[in-house]
Design a protein around this ligand. Structure first.
Ligand SMILES: Nc1ncnc2c1ncn2[C@@H]1O[C@H](COP(=O)(O)OP(=O)(O)OP(=O)(O)O)[C@@H](O)[C@H]1O
Ligand SMILES: [Mg+2]
Length: 226
């Protein structure tokens, strides 16, 4: 369970990025977060990864209060959450396999375990055949799938995707959304931030609309009507 309790985030001096936001997301839910530019969507994602701290309110993850964490607890939190960004960059001198493996190496995971897990996640995202290619030898959609693979290596309970399809054409966008839906069916909570009305309306799951830092609509099988 993810819980935001009256969360306010201010970027001083004058921007109220989130104002009194309360939100509950159950395990295994798929939630799309939509809203205009500057509405506070990425801020919400950053608060969940403890990249930013709220000014007021509490954020709980499985009953664990993640606001004002000790420095040592931040890696523990981040291993439970996979994150994918729009402008995700792969390391150009590493293959797809090595890029995904790198996320485990930096956490001190053994090579034996890396060689088990990386092929599994690459298979899930449909990149097994291309694992030895370098980033410049694959398409934008495939880079985004590699980004998702990288976010999955720690078997996160929660996957946060902030505009993961922003740079993609319609066909690649559909593939990425289908992949997120598949990951969700395996039991991962997925929070998808998107501007794309067609995407949201095709997913037919819960939609939370943010406007100027506040939730103005929260509907099951919602539509994006702004
Ligand atoms: N580090 C920061 N310093 C100051 N203001 C910030 C910072 N990050 C975000 N903001 C401001 O907070 C508000 C919310 O930003 P946020 O990035 O959450 O919007 P968003 O909904 O993700 O927009 P977009 O769709 O353009 O990505 C905006 O007014 C933005 O300018
Ligand atoms: Mg954003």
């Amino acid at each position: 369970m993810i819980q935001f309790k009256k969360v306010t985030k201010i970027f001083y001096p004058q921007t109220v990025a989130l104002k009194d936001v309360s939100l509950r997301i159950s395990p295994r839910e798929f939630v799309s977060i939509v809203g205009q530019s500057g509405a506070g969507k990425s801020t919400l994602i950053k608060l969940l990864t403890a990249a930013e701290q709220p000014d007021k309110g509490q954020i709980l993850l499985g009953g664990w209060e993640i606001t004002n964490l000790k420095a040592g607890d931040i890696p523990v939190l981040r291993r439970q959450i996979g994150v994918v960004y729009q402008d995700f960059k792969l390391l150009p001198r590493k293959t797809i396999f090595e890029n995904v493996a790198f996320a485990m190496q930096v956490c001190g995971v053994s090579n034996k375990r890396i060689n088990q897990v990386v092929p599994q996640v690459l298979k899930i995202v449909g990149l097994k055949e291309k694992s030895d290619r370098y980033p410049q030898q694959v398409s934008g959609g495939e880079i985004q799938r590699a980004a998702i693979a990288r976010a999955l290596v720690h078997r996160p309970k929660i996957l946060l995707a902030d505009e993961p399809t922003g740079n993609l054409d319609t066909l690649n966008t559909k593939d990425i959304i289908d992949l997120l839906l598949k990951i969700n069916e395996f039991g991962t909570t997925v929070i998808l931030v998107t501007h794309n009305k067609d995407v949201v309306n095709r997913i037919k799951k819960r939609v939370v609309v943010l406007d100027s830092g506040q939730i103005i609509s929260d509907q099951e099988e919602g539509k994006y009507v702004l």
